[in-house]
Write a protein that binds this ligand. Sequence first.
Ligand code: FE
Length: 336
Amino acid sequence: MRRILYGALAVSLLAGSAWADGEVNIYSSRHYDTDDALYTDFEEQTGITVNRIEDSADKLIERMRAEGELSSADIVLTVDISRIARADEAGLLQPLASEEIADLVPDNLHAANDNWVGITTRARLIFYDKNTVSEPPQTYQELADPKYEGMICTRSSSNVYMQSLLASIIAHDGEEAGKAWAAGVLNNLAREPEGGDTDQLRALVSGECQIALSNHYYYARAFRQEVSGLTENLDQIGNVFPNQETTGTHINISAIGVAKNAPNADNARTFIQYLFTPSAQKLITDGSDEYPVLAEVPAADAVQAMGDFKRDEINLLEIAAQANRAQEIYNEVGYK
Ligand code: FE
């Protein structure tokens, strides 16, 4: 993404004072190639060069800790509340300090200490094989019902999506209910937990299981582009937005924060501000099939086609607070 410096300077002379040159260093753990379009658009609009360092969230956090005050990180961009909360607990972030963002984003998606904010949301859904399941579970809790014994596929409990879902059940129903749930779902598994979300959907097609958990966008993506083992059989798969009569469907975020020792803190804030413009929201979510945080921006067509739903509006910090306990519970019941 780095441009030749004199190129940027030449354009900056043309654009006059509106052209804020310089750069911004984004430490990102997002795995969506389509974010490229977003960075290019930002560079074209502002003249700020985007340098991207990509790695797993754990490795980026470790790297920032090691770099300390000399860290070149301006922005931390990650998926899932538990990871951005971990970065914040490690003292790696500073306040966003944007009244506009505070106004635009609901409180449950924005840190109480202002150190991070959700830029997009994702929903964790129940999917099922329409050919064999006439009464799919309507709640996460029902996944533990013995009537679904031997029917369910999930990924491993070491995955943050699994941890945050259990953390949300603990936050709503208490620890004991959370443990009973994990043991119940474990008992209903069709096979050992394995693979990513797309693999759970593929397992519905192959007949390995009849009910699966996946984030919504892995399903939506298969309408937009060829996903082998999935796209040609989408008709077979039904989706349920869980807990519509109760707490609402579990929501998570892609989250962003300004790094504590950001060398280009102003540019970091300019970038984050940009993410909350309607066109940027559209760019990110058209590529990733996530939900925009701005209410006026429509989701991608395939996502809209999945239907409207009631969201769980629990404050994500309450979920983050249970993340470690969730992993312990999975370990205690022997959920791989
Ligand atoms: Fe994902």
